[in-house]
Design a protein around this ligand. Structure first.
Ligand SMILES: [Zn+2]
Length: 473
């Protein structure tokens, strides 16, 4: 790994600088931080009905920067009883476009945060200890901010792309994905892009010291499926137990699922990803990753990868019990017992096939299965040469020279709906973070301040590379 020493120096200096100097930012950086603060401080979580506030704010910013009414489309959706909105924004080619459009994804909603559990107010952007704290700072209001501020920057520059660039900002990615689905269908019918880029996945991975390790590209997602397993029973008085019992039967089914190992699977993408990640580590896990990439039937490697939570999902489908409810009184036999089992299905396997496997494993017709999630299956996407070249240009602009590694994530982002419709969709976020350091969806979510600013040219370079006349052939 090589990277510009200046980056190290500036990182070191930043830590020593007094706040007043550290905050001396360019107008674009200030504008982006201002957008970031405004969108983080709107509690756009399910149940709050605040997504329209995010939309109204962003529309105001976009119109202020010169986007015409005809370049902005706000759509209302009903996301399982809650009104949400989706926002689409066009940066249009002038005259006849040279190539098919590019669609760019981010989401405006967040997983809710309970203020009493957080160290700081979750819906306030707080800069502290080199981090921006707040719900959504990582997932996905940085991506949202970055795409919108880049569009504004390009518009203000008077730059016109040689193909249409279209933002598709969804309003319920974290819950129903109704807006995502609506937008994906709209895109499929009306825009037919060459490909789709997602700001909500991928990005620069940093080591423990904050040095860039590799740039991850999300090229595939496992399919998300949740099943409810229910056993019912006539019940009765607990002083007179029957032979059959809903809780025991369900427990038996769950123990069988616990013991079952889904078949080991791999694809060119997952093997390449394990090989490169394995090269970054000197420990036994790294060796197992490399060995598995060379030989996906290597039993010793499989054992190590299966035993590690960080890798178990990379070599096949996983299904795991996540919730349980049963019985209605301490002195009554249970009339029903229900468990929730969440599956992350390897691309290509399918939800139905996974349900059949689980039924075979459980081997008990009394256990009724119900699919309660409503998500689509998504095939692997290709990392196109032109997108790869654009990522390289962005990294070079940042002074970062690291391997670019496609990977499969456990899902599910908006991207799955576009992949499901046949569009190559890759996650190429601008964010830089250490592993498990941003606490997305968790307590005290954060993004390194340095990462925030360092990534602000990412989409600018990417879009100019992919849609600029000087570089297009
Ligand atoms: Zn997200």
């Amino acid at each position: 790994m090589i990277f510009r020493p200046a980056l190290l120096v500036s990182a070191g200096l930043m830590a020593l600088m007094p706040a007043a100097i550290a905050q001396d930012r360019t107008p674009h950086e200030e504008m982006a931080r201002d957008i970031y603060r405004n969108v983080v401080e709107i509690r756009s979580a399910r149940g709050q009905q605040n997504v329209p506030d995010v939309v109204a704010y962003l529309v105001g910013q976009l119109k202020g920067a010169g986007f015409a009414d005809g370049d902005i489309e706000v759509t209302d959706y009903d996301s399982n009883g809650e009104p949400v909105q989706g926002l689409m924004v066009w940066l249009r080619a002038e005259g006849e476009p040279k190539e098919d459009p590019i669609v760019l994804l981010a989401h405006m909603d967040v997983v809710d945060a309970l203020a009493k559990d957080w160290a700081r107010a979750p819906y306030k952007l707080t800069e502290e200890d080199g981090y921006f704290f707040g719900r959504g700072t990582a997932d996905n209001k940085y991506g949202l901010t970055n795409l919108v501020s880049t569009f504004i920057r390009l518009k203000k520059e008077g730059w016109t792309p040689n193909r249409d660039l279209v933002l598709a900002l969804s309003g319920d990615e974290e819950t129903g994905m109704v807006s995502t689905r609506g937008q994906a269908e709209y895109v499929d019918e009306n825009i037919k892009p060459a490909f789709v880029l997602n700001a909500d996945a991928g990005g620069l991975a940093l080591d423990e010291d904050g040095s860039p390790l590799y740039y991850g590209v999300q090229g595939a997602e496992k399919t998300y499926a949740t099943f409810e397993l229910t056993v019912t029973n006539p019940g009765g008085h607990s002083s007179a137990p029957r032979a059959d019992n809903a809780i025991y039967e369900l427990a038996g089914a769950l123990k069988k699922i616990e013991a079952y190992k889904f078949p080991v699977m791999s694809s060119e993408l997952t093997r390449a990803s394990l090989r490169s990640s394995g090269r970054q580590r000197l420990d036994g896990l790294g060796k197992a990753m490399r060995d598995f990439a060379d030989n996906p039937e290597d039993e010793a490697a499989i054992e190590v990868l299966r035993a590690n939570p960080a890798t178990v999902g990379t070599i096949g489908t996983t299904c795991i019990a996540t919730m349980l409810s049963a019985g209605h009184a301490e002195n009554a036999l249970p009339q029903s017992a229900t468990a929730t089992v969440n599956c992350r299905i390897f691309p290509g396997v399918g939800i139905e096939a996974t349900e059949e496997t689980l039924k075979d494993v459980v081997e008990n017709d009394e256990v009724k299965f119900e699919l309660i999630s409503d998500l689509v299956e998504s095939p692997e996407s290709i990392l196109r040469d032109d997108v790869l070249a654009a990522i390289k240009a962005s990294l070079a602009d940042r002074g970062v020279d690291v391997p670019i590694l496609p990977h499969m994530s456990s899902g599910g982002t908006d991207g799955m709906h576009y992949r499901n419709l046949g569009y190559d969709t890759v996650g190429i976020s601008a964010a830089a973070a250490k592993q498990n350091d941003t606490f997305a969806h968790g307590l005290n979510e954060r993004l390194p301040v340095k990462s925030f600013y360092d990534g602000l040219d990412h989409w600018y370079v990417i879009l100019k590379t992919l849609a600029g006349d000087d570089t297009a052939d």
